[in-house]
Design a protein around this ligand. Sequence first.
Ligand code: PLP
Length: 375
Amino acid sequence: MAEQGKQGGTVFGPGYVRAISPYVAGKPISEVAREFGLDEAGIVKLASNENPLGMPESARRAVADAVAELGRYPDSNGFALKGELSARFGVPADWLTLGNGSNDILELAAHALVEPGQSIVYAEYSFAVYALATQEIGARAIEVPARDYGHDLEAMAAAIAPDTRLVFIANPNNPTGTFVPAAQIEAFLQRVPANVVVVLDEAYNEYLDADQQYDSLAWVRRYPNLMVSRTFSKAYGLAGLRIGYAVAQPELSDLLNRIRQPFNVNSVAQAAAIAALGDAGFLRRSAELNRAGKRQLTDAFDRLGLEYVPSSGNFVMVRVGDDDGAGARVNLALLKQGVIVRPVGNYNLPRWLRVTIGLAEENAAFIAALERALA
Ligand SMILES: *Cc1c(COP(=O)(O)O)cnc(C)c1O
């Protein structure tokens, strides 16, 4: 007989799926306009760590050309894009896996490497998708307490259990913006057992300052249990197209390639990514704009006496009050003024908001709205 739900209806799916809290995305502009009776044109969205420059012009042209071929399936193996990535990073094409966003890569890793009941290690306050990827396969989460809102890699190494098969590390981390220096990551990799795969999620890698940059692909050559994931959604400005990639030795890459959907990355995304990858000027402008915008925001937080976590990404997490209602309250006050940021109560950070660094005028609009919200 079928299991019965609370109201007597049939219950579908395993308990570990029913226990999942759905991912909370940044509110779309159109939804805020409807809910608060605002004009879409006046709304500032700093909620999803998108590139405020939008997509590069080079990618826009590539998209226009690729549209003509949309009657056909995409190249399942992403030959052209993998060729470009391969040349850029000096790794063979069979070390690369393309994903429908790097989110896809994170889920593929969990599905390919972990059995139900085995464990996955990740840090408190790290990217929400790690918890989702763990839950959706019925794995056990080992969430390691953060240190100063970031990864405590010594504690994470110590937390690895005999049944641990995967570790997620975000560097820089979202939503807190913290950064783990290269030496600490390398020390961690040396400690991790050979049968435990480390996914080093570098979604914000392209925003790192020169003195923070490190060669994670050299580690991929040295550690067969390391996978580096990157995305075209953030600095490359292609969030809407959904494309990211993983770099790992062939034994690991092969597993991801077996279980991914054959056409998981569409042809328009592949064409745009090739163009964006070659657009060094756009990447440089994005990083420069981000650096200036970060200073604009943190100067304002200093002036307003607000605590924030120093960020290495394209966003800053700021504490907007001393009580657990503060994040939701200030968020609502901002929404009413047409400014969308990201409350992080779902990360158990109810006093904080995460603000994406926007154009100078968007940052200024946010700061002005924040001052009114706090007044
Ligand atoms: C944004 C983000 C991603 C993935 O974004 P995609 O759009 O799926 O590529 C992955 N990891 C972190 C930490 C992120 O913030």
